[in-house]
Design a protein around this ligand. Structure first.
Ligand SMILES: Nc1ncnc2c1ncn2[C@@H]1O[C@H](COP(=O)(O)OP(=O)(O)O)[C@@H](O)[C@H]1O
Ligand SMILES: CC(=O)OP(=O)(O)O
Ligand SMILES: [Mg+2]
Length: 401
């Protein structure tokens, strides 16, 4: 067997999967949460060769992503199935910010590690965590290739008019200030699976993919290529997120700086205390909905702003693409919250968007259509699978001639 370990480190979590490279079957998976906090948690699932699934959950303290990686190795050992036994041939790592430097999956060496560190200023919540896990993994498995798959790579096809900010060109060049876009691996795999679901080649489709998780972004995909996306220089621009503001007038930041905020305080405000949390007091969509259902006005406003922002991008991308064949919802909120999908698509019959309420409410897990059969634009729910896509791209790099 040839297995690939995929490590998807978030700012405070590690999601991982062990995947058979040839069959793309999942052999084990897990999640380590609340890294850096007093009490963390690891959940590990492993599927024995016979097919039985075992599941283990533990409360542990995980100081950083290196400790998290070690906890993952121990969970494999306790499950009676060490990673080594699976015939590990490579490790694929999600790296959030690849700048203009990395346009494709890349074999990791010291130079690549240094570059990922250097790009941390453009993804301060993500790149340092990604790098810690990479260093731990290369220490644990020094004899096999490690491959970085960048969130930004898929968006390198954007045209200059989409990725340029209208600031002094010299300043922009010197500091690398342009739109890079993120969640690219998710947008890429979801666009492909949506095309499969529609039974049409991705090369002939115009799609608007809405990745609505803790972080959230919209992407205009033309023929399988990203032509615009809502996140920018950093994963802070665009949609309203769990704790991130998304779009805000840059003049507002100047105003707060003049009012006495320093850089660290602004960073914390916009990245950790804004979005759904800032508007409503809770960052989890389930809690916001619950509060809104009980008449909480702040929660209602949060939901309204959340949907309004998505619709603003939807309108923009319908125009940029010259119409669309599909609108695709994915990630935690996109896959699980019918009310958000209904709010986003409300009143768009004129544009050819008609949701079927029963299909929208269905709890089915697979990729599916939630629009009516006569809806000119198909509306789909497609589960994202960044890990499978990272495994696929890692395998391509290690088997390339
Ligand atoms: N069944 C559900 N019902 C409502 N919201 C959900 C459900 N499952 C996940 N979510 C929401 O999805 C978000 C997390 O999405 P996810 O894609 O897991 O995020 P990330 O990968 O960025 O950590 C949270 O806001 C959470 O409330
Ligand atoms: C780039 C980004 O925002 O990632 P996540 O949604 O995992 O935080
Ligand atoms: Mg995510």
């Amino acid at each position: 067997m040839s297995a690939i370990l995929v490590v998807n480190s978030g700012s405070s979590s590690i999601k991982y999967q062990l995947i058979d490279a040839r069959s793309e079957q999942r052999l084990a998976s897990g999640l380590i949460e609340r890294i850096g906090q007093a009490e963390g948690r690891i959940e590990h699932r492993s599927t024995a060769l016979g097919g039985d699934e075992t599941r283990e959950e533990r409360i542990i303290t995980v100081a950083d992503h290196a400790v998290g990686f070690a906890a993952m190795i121990e969970a494999f050992a306790r499950s009676g199935r060490s990673i080594g036994e699976a015939g590990l041939v490579a490790v694929g790592h999600r790296v959030v910010q690849g700048g203009s430097e990395f346009v494709a999956p890349t074999l990791i060496d010291e130079r690549v590690e240094a570059k990922i560190l250097e790009l941390s200023t453009l993804a301060p919540l993500h790149n340092p965590a990604n790098l810690q896990a990479i260093i731990a993994a290369r220490g644990a498995f020094p004899d096999i290739p490690h491959v970085a798959v960048f969130d930004t790579a898929f968006h390198q096809t954007m045209p200059p008019e989409a990725y340029s900010y209208a600031i002094d060109a010299e300043v922009a060049r010197e500091h690398g200030v342009r739109k890079y876009g993120f969640h690219g691996t998710s947008h890429q795999v979801v666009a492909r699976r949506a095309a499969e679901c529609l039974g049409r080649p991705v090369s002939r489709l115009k799609q608007i993919v809405l990745h609505l998780g803790n972080g959230a972004s919209a992407c205009a995909v033309d023929g399988g290529r990203s032509v615009d996306t809502s996140m920018g220089l950093t994963p802070l621009e665009g949609l309203v997120m769990g704790t991130r503001s998304g779009d805000i007038d840059p003049g507002g930041l100047l105003h707060l700086l003049r009012a006495g905020y320093d850089v660290a305080q602004l960073d914390e405000l916009l990245n950790k205390r804004s979005g759904l949390l800032g508007l409503s007091g809770s960052l989890d969509m389930r809690d916001v909905q619950e509060a809104a259902a009980h008449g909480d006005e702040r929660a209602r406003l949060a939901l309204a702003v959340y949907a309004h922002r998505i619709r603003r991008y939807l309108g923009a991308y319908l125009v940029e693409l010259g119409g669309a064949d599909a609108i695709v919802f994915t990630a935690g909120v996109g896959e699980n919250v019918p009310a958000v999908r209904a709010d986003v698509c409300a009143g768009l019959e004129w544009f050819g968007v008609r949701i079927d309420p029963e299909r929208n409410e269905s709890r089915e897990r697979a990729a599916r259509r939630i629009s009516t059969d006569d809806s000119r634009i198909a509306v789909l729910v497609v589960p994202t699978d960044e890990e499978a896509e990272i495994a696929r791209q890692t395998w391509q790099v290690v088997t390339a001639p």
